[in-house]
Design a protein around this ligand. Structure first.
Ligand code: ZN
Ligand code: ZN
Length: 267
């Protein structure tokens, strides 16, 4: 059954140097995908609203996106007979500036629009919380704000993002706060996840199985129990390595068929 649940020759999530926290050229990601025998990739680069208050820039400007599209087009011409290359966006939601994001999204033709929520503004902190960062100052600021409260707000905001933005796939669903120790989802969080998946389904979106989780915690994002909830709802699954280095393209994909098999056996 797993062969029908996911296509492991397709990596739907990788970055480029334009986001300032990935290494290697776009061409090196393409060559890595070809060397690993993939048939289809999608670059999914970071877009954030202009009002993000953060001490470094980890996303692309509109000018960067022009360059990204130009380079992507060149690579399609050079390697298109060996690899299907998509150009997409991983858009970080903003509660206050979603209209700006919608306007910017509408101005280009994306092969995939991934929805994430990376930066959460909170009172009493000097910068917006970066929910997926391993940096000590982020981990500390999240702990000070309160993990349960931050997670509540994270899921609530993702539900809104899926409703508001023209997304095609929801990225790394439970990756927020992945570097907080001893994190536990509450009953309330599980109810929010149910609502989030129902919203993804109603929006005809796919769910990303983000294999960066294997490197961080031994299972993908989202956790197997959440993947099973998505399978039950008939939500399409797409593998994404979230590669920020060319060698990480397609990482751990070989583990997915067995994992998905075990999750679908009981359904
Ligand atoms: Zn990134
Ligand atoms: Zn992300």
């Amino acid at each position: 059954m797993s062969a029908h649940l996911i296509d492991i020759s397709f990596d739907g999530h990788m970055h480029t140097p334009w986001c300032h926290h990935a290494t290697g050229t776009m061409e090196e990601y393409v060559l890595s995908a070809i060397a690993k025998g993939l048939s289809h990739i999608v670059f999914l680069e970071h877009m954030e609203a202009t009002g993000v208050n953060y001490f470094e820039t980890t996303w692309l400007t509109d000018q960067d996106f022009d360059d990204y599209f130009a380079e992507g087009q060149k690579l399609r011409e050079k390697y298109g007979d060996r690899l299907s290359i998509g150009l997409g966006v991983e858009v970080g939601y903003s509660v206050t500036q979603h209209q700006e994001l919608q306007d910017r999204l509408s101005r280009r033709s994306w092969d995939q629009i991934g929805i994430s929520y990376h930066f959460m503004p909170v009172p009493d902190q000097a910068f917006d919380l970066n929910l997926v960062s391993r940096q000590e100052r982020n981990v500390r600021a999240i702990a000070e704000t309160g993990c349960e409260k931050v997670l509540d707000n994270y899921f609530k905001t993702l539900i809104e993002a899926v409703r508001v933005l023209p997304g095609t796939i929801l990225c790394h669903l439970d990756a927020a706060l992945r570097f907080q120790t001893g994190l536990q989802l509450t009953q309330g969080h599980w109810q929010q996840i149910e609502e989030l998946l129902d919203t993804v389904k109603a929006s005809n979106m796919a769910l990303e199985i983000n294999t960066s989780g294997f490197a961080i915690r031994g299972t993908p994002f989202p956790a197997p129990a959440i993947i099973q909830m998505a399978i039950i709802r008939g939500i399409p699954l797409v593998a994404g390595s979230d590669a920020h280095r060319p060698e990480d393209v397609g990482r751990y994909f070989h583990r997915l068929p067995e994992l998905l098999d075990s999750l679908s056996t009981f359904i």
